[in-house]
Design a protein around this ligand. Structure first.
Ligand code: ZN
Length: 170
């Protein structure tokens, strides 16, 4: 019986070999560049968002640039996960993915008060996000130097969504 790790490796290789939503999108698509100097990964995230605020829809997303298998596979999986979803859902998925990578973005809190209800509610909301194939990247946590490869596309997309939100502001 093939192990979960074999399945995960297959999913990652599949996204690396046949990347989804790859290539440039022409303006008015919004372009945001990101890089991970530790590995040499470079990425451009092209976003087309329809509407305002968290209810807006990510109508199109594409990935340019080049990088290692983890960064490319993660970017491909990200586009599959958020394309057609709302901006609010995309942001939740970013938080959930980074949480899986061991990165917590909550406001700083005292470690002795882990049972605070606000934290609990936050965790609950993140847990409600279905990561699907993205779970395949969970094993990256064991290789801290590769975590920045896996999160590069996500940080870049988050930055792009922020830029779009601020440019829409009246
Ligand atoms: Zn990399």
């Amino acid at each position: 019986m093939p192990g979960l790790e074999d399945l995960y490796r297959e999913i990652i290789l599949d996204h690396y070999n046949r990347p989804r939503n790859k290539g440039e999108l022409p303006p008015p698509a919004h372009r945001t560049d990101g890089m991970n100097p530790l590995c040499g990964d470079e990425i451009a995230v092209y976003l087309v968002v329809d509407g305002d605020g968290d209810d807006a829809t990510v109508t199109d997303i594409s990935i340019g640039g080049q990088g290692c298998s983890i960064s490319q596979a993660s970017a491909s999986m990200m586009t599959s996960a958020v394309k057609g979803k709302s901006v609010g859902e995309a942001r939740k998925t970013i938080t959930a993915f980074k949480s899986m990578m061991g990165i917590r973005e909550e406001h700083d809190h005292d470690d002795t008060h882990d049972e605070e209800s606000t934290d609990h509610q936050h965790d609950h909301g993140v847990a409600a996000v279905k990561l699907g194939d993205l779970e395949a990247l969970r094993g990256v946590v064991k290789f801290p130097v590769r975590i920045k490869c896996a999160t590069l596309a996500w940080n870049t997309m988050g930055q792009g969504l922020d830029e779009l939100a601020s440019s829409d502001a009246p």
